[in-house]
Ligand binder design. Structure first.
Ligand SMILES: Cc1ncc(COP(=O)(O)O)c(C=O)c1O
Length: 436
């Protein structure tokens, strides 16, 4: 039976459905740096959609590649058969990864990439005769998507409290420390020692029970938590010392967000596995991927009996449309030098963001690459309300930002110029004056 309310059927993800449906704001079109809402208002995209469209929206080469592939071969399974585009994209992704991480498993989302990475980590420990290594370590305030693996290693209470996660999971402390690091530009100075908590977990559980550690090199979803100087290297060293697989979840940071193809490459700390999604196809077709070290790949594949080596995969792994979109996207990133944009504009971006210091309610501003987190003091008794109001005010005034908790996160398409930066921070500054 058809309902009268056209908004009733879609149960929206990570949305206050009742509030949204009472005051819906809908996107209707997108091009380059802008969206248009259903009333035709132009909205500057300060978030690349959702940390996604790093090359800007509806870019012609990507649109054309998808259309051409849809007309040539809409779908082809990659179980036992596959097709050239998937192999080509895997090779292209491998070229962009840090040295040695050149085996690529395709998924359809960040959540699937995370669960795939965790399963590969468990599989390789087993292949190496280390089958007591079943424990997974995440981090408080980590976001690794919404699969059961991802919520288990993730560190966001609302994503965990209703669901029994995987057994045998533990968490490192988060690195967010306003008392010591507020208003940092780039890497915060204090907190590398928080990585040493992994030694405490090793002492508590025994290294021989721990398979893998997963962290976002920069936590995006919980509000742009930038790693302290030296922290990631320390984690790397402790993992190496104890035979623990290190996974960097780069679903947000890969493809130019902090410069270079990956944060790992740019920051010079190489994990054993990297997860990605979003920017891989500019989000024009859903796709994720997992880059795995050749050693891990070979240990799983070469130690397996004849037949399928890893009992894992998705019907749409390496989907032709996504593969075509991915290849066109990587071409565009290279042709337009978009991975250099964080270097070129990073200082201007940081200065513009930090110029908001002193505006009402701001208790921290943090920036790295082309990312900014602006943290607001929570309204007493009503946490998250201020940022939500600012999010709505921005949208109604032609700017898309992301509100997470009481933090406003910005991560614009990498095709932006200085005028867009001025517009973003100018509007946020003005609108903050009207928020109580
Ligand atoms: C670091 C990280 N991992 C995983 C995910 C989940 O990705 P998806 O929503 O595509 O499943 C996200 C999404 O924002 C993310 O930021």
């Amino acid at each position: 039976m058809r309902e009268n309310d056209p908004l009733a059927a879609f149960w929206m993800p990570f949305t206050a459905n009742r509030a949204y449906k009472a005051h819906p704001r809908q996107l209707a079109a997108a091009k380059d740096m802008h969206y248009w809402d259903s009333a035709g208002n132009r909205i500057l995209d300060g978030t690349s959609g959702l940390w996604c469209s790093n090359a800007g929206h509806c870019r012609a080469p990507i649109v054309e590649a998808i259309a051409k592939t849809a007309a040539t071969m809409d779908f082809g399974p990659t179980f036992q058969l596959s097709h050239p585009l998937a192999f080509e994209l895997a090779s292209r992704v491998a070229e962009l990864m840090p040295e040695g991480l050149d085996r690529i498993f395709f998924t359809n989302s960040g959540s699937e990439s995370v669960d795939t990475a965790l399963k590969i980590a468990l599989a390789v420990q087993r292949s190496r005769g280390q089958s007591t290594r079943t424990r997974l370590i995440g981090r408080e305030r980590g976001y690794h998507g919404t699969g059961f693996g991802g919520i288990s290693v993730g560190g966001i209470v609302n994503n965990r409290r209703w669901w029994q996660g995987l057994p045998g999971v533990d968490h490192l402390p988060h690195t967010h420390d306003l008392a010591r690091n507020a208003f940092s530009k780039g890497f915060p100075q204090h907190g590398a020692e928080l990585a040493d908590d992994l030694e405490r977990l090793v002492a508590l559980h025994g290294a021989e029970t721990i398979a893998a550690v997963i962290v976002e090199p920069m936590a995006g979803s919980t509000g742009v938590l930038i790693p302290p100087v030296g922290y990631l290297q320390r984690l790397r060293d402790i993992c190496t010392k104890h035979g623990i697989i290190l996974i960097f979840d780069e679903v947000i940071t890969a493809y130019g967000r902090v410069g270079g193809a990956t944060a790992s490459g740019t920051w010079g700390v190489t994990p054993d596995i990297i997860t990605m999604a979003k920017g891989l196809t500019n989000a024009a077709v859903p796709m994720g991927a997992v880059a795995v070290s050749r050693t891990i790949h070979d240990d799983v594949v070469n130690n397996a009996a004849d037949g399928i080596e890893l009992f894992h995969g998705y019907t749409y792994s390496g989907h032709p449309l996504a593969s075509a979109a991915g290849i066109a996207t990587l071409d565009l990133y290279a042709q337009e030098g978009l991975f250099d944009k964080a270097d070129e504009l990073g200082a201007y971006w940081a200065d513009a963001a930090h110029s908001l210091r002193g505006k009402p309610h701001i208790i921290d501003i943090r920036t790295i690459g082309l990312v900014a987190g602006i943290e607001l003091e929570p309204r007493p008794g009503a946490p998250t309300k201020r940022a939500t109001e600012l999010f709505h005010a921005c949208f109604d005034n032609g700017l898309l930002v992301r509100a997470t908790g009481d933090i406003i996160a910005l991560s614009p398409p990498l095709i932006l110029d200085k005028s867009h930066i001025d517009e973003m921070f100018g509007k946020i500054g003005e609108l903050l004056e009207g928020i109580d």
